[in-house]
Ligand binder design. Structure first.
Ligand code: AMP
Ligand code: MN
Ligand code: MN
Ligand code: MN
Length: 284
């Protein structure tokens, strides 16, 4: 596979907090010129069969994907898994377990939001949830916009749902070690998602990359919707320093909410080794 490839290895469907079905995403990816696609729903691989079938139908190459929530250094980081066996029992059980706390967290979020003047947010968010095991902050954000408290979902996060805001309920997600182990056990490649978004100190970030690598992690997203030019250069440098493969993904959630559409990203810098060069035998 060539270095320059329109690969989009990060996006979300209605199986987590996206607004399109796996079939709609496959068609949109194809229409936008994507050549290799992965659907990476949060903590959930229930959409993989549909994505595989839809990609085949659209004539699109596909690798399995997931984005796992991890608690690290007191904050949440995301690890993307690519090219795994989506029926592997270790991965299936780990994800089921990590999804388990979401409903209680969401009920607590509803109570906290009621305290600051937004009643009925749990029930309101549920109207936007397709998969009852995957209630996310994004579903709350959509309801809070609908109810007229904020003009758009970004404003909701800034005012109510980001860490430290009144509707944010701290939660303990999976460990970095377990997450990388589940992905690797299922034959996949673990990738640090959008590292530029976490606001980690230089020391914390160094610890994240060092521990991730020690656990068997193999890649990092260099080009993603959340990164700018400075991040591309910085994390291309991290690829060299830590011996990691580079990934590329829009993190597309919705035609009306996402800034970066499927497949509409700059190419990876020439200095890195693309993750797809190691996924050759796992492409559907
Ligand atoms: P959760 O897994 O329930 O904590 O929700 C995390 C999701 O919320 C992320 O995957 C994003 O889709 C969304 N999100 C987080 N922060 C923001 C933000 N500042 N603006 C818009 N969406 C956000
Ligand atoms: Mn999301
Ligand atoms: Mn993420
Ligand atoms: Mn994502």
């Amino acid at each position: 596979m060539t270095h320059i490839l329109n690969a989009d290895l990060h996006c979300h469907s209605i199986v987590s907090d996206g607004t399109l079905t796996p079939e709609e995403l496959a068609q949109r990816a194809k229409a936008n010129g994507v050549e290799l696609w992965a659907l990476t729903d949060h903590d959930e691989i229930g959409g993989q069969e549909r994505a595989i079938a839809a990609a085949r139908e659209a004539g699109l190459r596909y690798v399995t994907g997931v984005e796992i929530s991890v608690t690290f250094a007191g904050t949440t980081v995301h690890i993307v898994g690519l090219g795994f066996d989506h029926t592997h029992p270790t991965l299936v059980a780990g994800l089921r377990q990590t999804r388990g706390g979401r409903e209680e967290r969401a009920r607590d979020m509803g109570k906290e939001l009621a305290r600051v003047g937004i009643p009925g947010a749990f029930e309101g968010a549920m109207k936007y949830v397709d998969n009852p095991e995957l209630i996310s902050r994004t579903h709350f954000a959509r309801y809070i916009v609908e109810a007229g408290f904020c003009p758009d979902t970004n404003a909701v996060f800034r005012k109510y749902l980001a860490e430290g805001k009144p509707g944010f309920v701290p939660h303990r997600w999976a460990t970095l070690r377990d997450t990388v182990a589940w992905i690797t056990a299922a034959g996949g490649v673990a990738v640090i998602a959008h590292p530029g978004r976490y606001g980690l100190t230089a020391n914390e970030e160094y610890a994240l990359f060092t521990e991730f690598k020690a656990h068997g992690g193999q890649g990092v997203e260099v080009v993603t919707g959340a990164h700018g030019q400075a991040d591309y250069l910085k994390y291309a440098g991290f690829c060299q320093e830590f011996g990691l493969l580079a990934s590329r993904g829009s993190d597309f959630h919705s035609p009306t909410e996402s800034r970066t559409d499927l497949g509409r990203l700059p190419d990876l810098p020439g200095s890195v080794t693309p993750v797809w060069e190691r996924l050759g035998d796992r492409i559907h």
